[in-house]
Design a protein around this ligand. Structure first.
Ligand code: PYC
Length: 322
């Protein structure tokens, strides 16, 4: 075998959503901030995204976390997905920390102090809960998150008028009460929810000045809500979504439906939860009233692998059926 590239990766899933943490194989990147390093990766090495995340080594839902140096935090981390570059990703941050824990690579005083992580969207803080020295959950303090707009109504072909709120949490979300859509809210209808979410996103982005990245459908349950986040055409978040949960906290806190510190259970479509709360009130990046969301979840390791590109592989950048 003649190899052209080798990547050492740790695969994990956070409530079902995959994170591929790339331990080695990424070429040195230019730039000081994590955003600059991520932008250099995008400009110069975007082909690696397909190699790492698309078929035959990955799949449509795959997300990678790429650790890089940070001048301003304990660690830098950026996120690439099969279809887009994410400025912030909660489930992948949780996956990265669980991967460090699984390999004994958490920083020495993590159990006491946690660590700061610089992402392209800003610096977040992570801590963990431990039992007998074993990491049992990751607690993510996300970026200041805020409700940007309420009761935006759009007419969507096949769905009628759909009303949503728009909130920012590192990604801009449209938050849609799932009861507006006549579909069973379950995994068997995920493709149809993807089509509904994409139709809503297209109408919203054409009609409003807010450009939403994803649509989060929510349906109330005891103590919280079930979430289904539509990421792209045939891609949905299997987890309750870290940034999506943060956007929901900002929304319901601003609407007076959740007090600071009160627990919020965010369940994914398979019933696996994140527990979350508004840790404190804050200011958004333009001075608007915001909250600091705290999201607690866990990731589980699924593989320690070496990904290989053979020198004569006819599909070096992989492929992704749409
Ligand atoms: O957990 O924040 C998240 C996320 C964003 C996209 C996929 N997962």
């Amino acid at each position: 075998m003649r190899t052209r590239r080798l990547f050492s990766v740790i695969d994990s899933h956070t409530a079902g959503h995959p994170t591929r943490t790339v331990i080695s194989g990424i070429p040195p990147l230019q730039g000081h901030s994590v955003r600059e390093q991520r932008n250099d990766f995008r400009a110069v090495h975007d082909g690696l995204r397909g190699l790492l995340l698309h078929e035959p080594r990955g799949h449509a839902a795959m997300v990678a976390s790429v650790p890089v140096p940070s001048r301003d935090a304990d660690q830098g981390l950026f996120f690439i997905s099969s279809y887009i570059y994410l400025d912030m990703c909660g489930h992948a941050t949780i996956g990265y920390i669980a991967s460090l824990a699984a390999t004994g690579a958490l920083p020495p005083r993590f159990e006491q102090n946690g660590m700061s992580v610089e992402t392209p969207a800003g610096i977040v803080h992570v801590t963990g809960t431990f039992e007998a020295g074993r990491l049992t959950s990751v607690v993510l303090r996300n970026l200041p998150s805020y409700l940007a707009c309420t009761d935006v109504a759009v007419k969507v072909e096949g769905l009628g008028t759909v009303t949503c709120d728009i909130a920012y949490s590192g990604i801009m979300y449209a938050l849609v009460d799932a009861r507006q859509i006549e579909l069973p809210f379950d995994i068997d209808h995920a493709s149809r929810w993807c089509r509904a979410g994409m139709a809503i996103k297209e109408e919203l982005n054409a009609a409003s000045s807010y450009q939403v990245g994803s649509v989060l459908f929510h349906r109330g349950i005891e103590g919280g809500a079930r979430h289904l986040v539509i990421l792209a055409g045939n891609k949905f978040d299997r987890s309750p979504c870290g940034t999506g949960t943060s956007a929901r906290l900002a929304q319901i806190h601003a609407r007076g439906q959740l007090a600071t510190g009160a627990p919020y259970r965010a369940e994914n479509i398979l019933g696996v939860p994140f527990m979350a709360k508004v840790a404190e009130v804050a200011q958004g990046k333009d001075g608007q009233p915001a909250v600091i969301p705290e999201v607690r979840g866990m990731a589980h390791i699924s593989a320690f692998s070496t990904l290989v590109l053979e020198a004569d592989d006819p599909l070096p950048a992989g492929f992704l059926p749409s």
